[in-house]
Design a protein. Sequence first.
Length: 64
Amino acid sequence: MSSGARGQAHRHGVTKNLVEGIGGLLTGAALVLFLRGLIKGRSAASAQPLPNASKTQTDTGDSA
Protein backbone atom coordinates (compact mmCIF):
# COMPACT_ATOMS: atom_id res chain seq x y z
CA MET A 1 0.00 0.00 0.00
CA SER A 2 2.94 2.31 0.60
CA SER A 3 4.12 1.92 -2.97
CA GLY A 4 0.66 2.89 -4.27
CA ALA A 5 0.65 6.06 -2.21
CA ARG A 6 4.12 6.92 -3.41
CA GLY A 7 3.11 6.33 -7.01
CA GLN A 8 0.12 8.58 -6.64
CA ALA A 9 2.18 11.27 -4.96
CA HIS A 10 4.76 10.96 -7.71
CA ARG A 11 2.10 11.33 -10.40
CA HIS A 12 0.68 14.33 -8.60
CA GLY A 13 4.15 15.82 -8.43
CA VAL A 14 4.70 15.33 -12.16
CA THR A 15 1.33 16.89 -12.99
CA LYS A 16 2.04 19.77 -10.65
CA ASN A 17 5.43 20.33 -12.25
CA LEU A 18 3.91 20.27 -15.74
CA VAL A 19 1.18 22.74 -14.77
CA GLU A 20 3.71 25.03 -13.10
CA GLY A 21 5.98 24.81 -16.15
CA ILE A 22 3.15 25.70 -18.52
CA GLY A 23 2.13 28.55 -16.22
CA GLY A 24 5.71 29.78 -16.21
CA LEU A 25 5.83 29.73 -20.01
CA LEU A 26 2.58 31.69 -20.26
CA THR A 27 3.78 34.19 -17.67
CA GLY A 28 7.09 34.58 -19.49
CA ALA A 29 5.37 35.11 -22.82
CA ALA A 30 3.05 37.71 -21.29
CA LEU A 31 6.06 39.50 -19.78
CA VAL A 32 7.84 39.56 -23.14
CA LEU A 33 4.77 40.99 -24.88
CA PHE A 34 4.31 43.57 -22.12
CA LEU A 35 7.93 44.70 -22.32
CA ARG A 36 7.80 44.80 -26.12
CA GLY A 37 4.72 47.03 -25.91
CA LEU A 38 6.48 49.35 -23.48
CA ILE A 39 9.53 49.62 -25.73
CA LYS A 40 7.42 50.28 -28.82
CA GLY A 41 5.31 52.78 -26.89
CA ARG A 42 8.39 54.67 -25.78
CA SER A 43 9.81 54.63 -29.30
CA ALA A 44 6.56 55.97 -30.72
CA ALA A 45 6.30 58.57 -27.95
CA SER A 46 9.87 59.69 -28.60
CA ALA A 47 9.23 59.98 -32.33
CA GLN A 48 5.91 61.83 -32.04
CA PRO A 49 7.04 65.03 -30.28
CA LEU A 50 9.51 65.80 -33.06
CA PRO A 51 6.90 66.15 -35.84
CA ASN A 52 4.55 67.99 -33.44
CA ALA A 53 7.35 70.37 -32.47
CA SER A 54 8.12 71.11 -36.12
CA LYS A 55 4.42 71.73 -36.82
CA THR A 56 4.25 74.04 -33.83
CA GLN A 57 7.30 75.93 -35.07
CA THR A 58 5.78 76.12 -38.55
CA ASP A 59 2.46 77.31 -37.12
CA THR A 60 4.10 79.96 -34.94
CA GLY A 61 6.27 81.03 -37.88
CA ASP A 62 3.20 81.42 -40.11
CA SER A 63 1.16 83.31 -37.56
CA ALA A 64 3.99 85.73 -36.72
